[in-house]
Write a protein that binds this ligand. Structure first.
Ligand SMILES: Cc1cc2nc3c(=O)[nH]c(=O)nc-3n(C[C@H](O)[C@H](O)[C@H](O)COP(=O)(O)O)c2cc1C
Length: 288
């Protein structure tokens, strides 16, 4: 299946069939994350496969309903990272490549950024100082019964826009902030559509894109809604990393050879040049 169909098909799976996934496929999923393209190669990440899902579910926060929802998952992958500048953006970009690979294989996943106490999972994994637990995902065959589907839909009722995505005009602009995007470039519109469909913390969709003559600028709404900033971890940055991965993969599939630059430019200068207001962060630029 092509990546753009996979992006359109992926949803957060919150209830699973109990049957285990074959070992080889589990290793392939982890490998897809370990071999994913990084935004910053100097940030070490690890993807810890926990084959006995119960061991993770029982360590998640009970009052959030996590154990009830994800206790059905046969496996989990826990993503940890060195704590360095851009670590959240980088993790969003990398882990989403793994999530999409798993989706392509017909497996269910769900980004989980809340519903766990970092210390508890850190102790379970035996993490050293400076390595942070960023997120986890259950992994297994989606429960496609009415009950399984209802766990998705019920949760999305509490998410922003009831889980629906913002229209493109609200997230993609011309060269200046809030200037309308005027383009008939079908490939560019398709790559932006891939980004628009990305999953995010409580569906907050904090990504914005400015399209200038020669590049695309990725910007984050830094308001941090729905408690998306916790203990020095800015999940809105991670969300933008996910949307950047969708853009990158969609564009690549259409033959673009560009990549995102996240270092080596002055964000304040870019913000000034494109009238990006306070409360927004410039996180990367893509050149085709
Ligand atoms: C960084 C991040 C953290 C998330 N944390 C949770 C979580 O703790 N629990 C949960 O059930 N869903 C979580 N989600 C899933 C979102 O709620 C979901 O992606 C969003 O509502 C859109 O729905 P969809 O993924 O089905 O398209 C998270 C998603 C992201 C990207």
């Amino acid at each position: 299946m092509d990546i753009r169909s996979t992006i359109r098909r992926r949803i957060s799976i919150r209830h699973y069939e109990s049957r285990p996934i074959p070992e080889e496929l589990l290793q392939e999923v982890v490998g897809s994350g370990e071999n994913s393209v990084a935004l910053d190669d100097n940030i070490g990440i690890r993807l810890h496969l926990v084959k006995e899902g119960r061991l993770v579910a029982e360590r998640m926060t009970p009052l959030t309903g996590a154990r009830w929802l994800f206790g059905s998952a046969p496996h989990f992958i826990i993503a940890t990272s060195e704590e360095k500048p851009l670590f959240m953006l980088n993790m969003g970009f990398r882990m989403e490549q793994m999530i999409l690979f798993a989706t392509e294989q017909g497996l269910g996943t769900c980004w989980v950024g809340g519903m766990f106490a970092e210390e508890r999972l850190g102790t379970f994994l035996g993490l050293g100082k400076g390595e942070r637990v960023i997120a986890l995902t259950p992994l297994g065959c989606p429960d496609t019964s009415f009950y399984g589907r209802a766990t998705h839909d019920l949760f999305e009722l509490g998410a922003m826009n009831f889980g629906r995505r913002k229209p493109l005009q609200q997230i993609a602009f011309g060269p200046d902030w809030d200037s309308p995007l005027e383009t008939e470039d079908k490939e560019l519109l398709e790559a932006l559509e891939c980004a628009r469909l990305a999953p995010s913390w409580a569906n907050t969709q904090p990504w914005r894109f400015l399209v200038t003559g020669k590049e695309i600028i990725a910007v984050a709404d830094a308001k941090g809604r729905y408690s998306s900033v916790r203990d020095g971890k800015h999940y809105y940055r991670l969300d933008v990393g996910i949307a950047m991965a969708h853009f990158f993969l969609g564009a690549k599939e259409m033959g673009w050879s560009g990549s995102w630059q996240v270092i080596g430019f002055d964000p304040a200068q870019v913000a000034k040049a494109h009238a990006i207001p306070d409360g927004y962060e410039v996180l990367g630029t893509y050149r085709r």
